[in-house]
Design a binder for this molecule. Structure first.
Ligand code: AMP
Length: 114
């Protein structure tokens, strides 16, 4: 079981900000911005580059959940705004092999990212 599956199962605590039947969103333990939330599908695949056609609905559901989470957190405007990040593999900084989308907001974010 991944650590995120254990959060979904309520085996370990998390600061949950949004949940529906497809996904859960909770605050990152090591935030990189004033708002840093992980949006995690309940159906597990390790990483985005391993997704297949059968995962299409799940992938769409995760982005919809991210948008809904951003609206709920009050950052879904063109003034405030937010960034979504998906890390695949070591060079990108992936540490948890359970697909997840980072939602970052609450400060001006640099581009290009580091
Ligand atoms: P990544 O490096 O893209 O795989 O992202 C994994 C993220 O999960 C990191 O930003 C960690 O800080 C975060 N993380 C790991 N364990 C937990 C946890 N128990 N609760 C919340 N966030 C976590």
């Amino acid at each position: 079981m991944t650590i995120f599956e254990r959060i979904i199962a309520r085996e370990i605590p998390a600061d949950i900000v949004f949940e529906n039947e497809d996904a859960i969103a909770f605050r990152d333990l090591n935030p990189q911005a004033p708002i840093h939330v992980l949006v995690v599908p309940k159906k597990v695949i390790p990483r985005v580059g391993e997704a297949a056609a059968r995962d299409q609905a799940m992938l769409g559901a995760v982005l919809l959940a991210a948008g809904e989470t951003a609206r709920k957190l009050g950052v879904c405007s063109t003034d405030a705004g937010f960034r979504l990040v998906i890390n695949h593999g070591r060079d990108a900084g992936e540490t948890v092999p359970h697909l997840h989308v980072h939602l970052l907001a609450g400060r001006s974010l640099k581009w290009p990212p580091g």
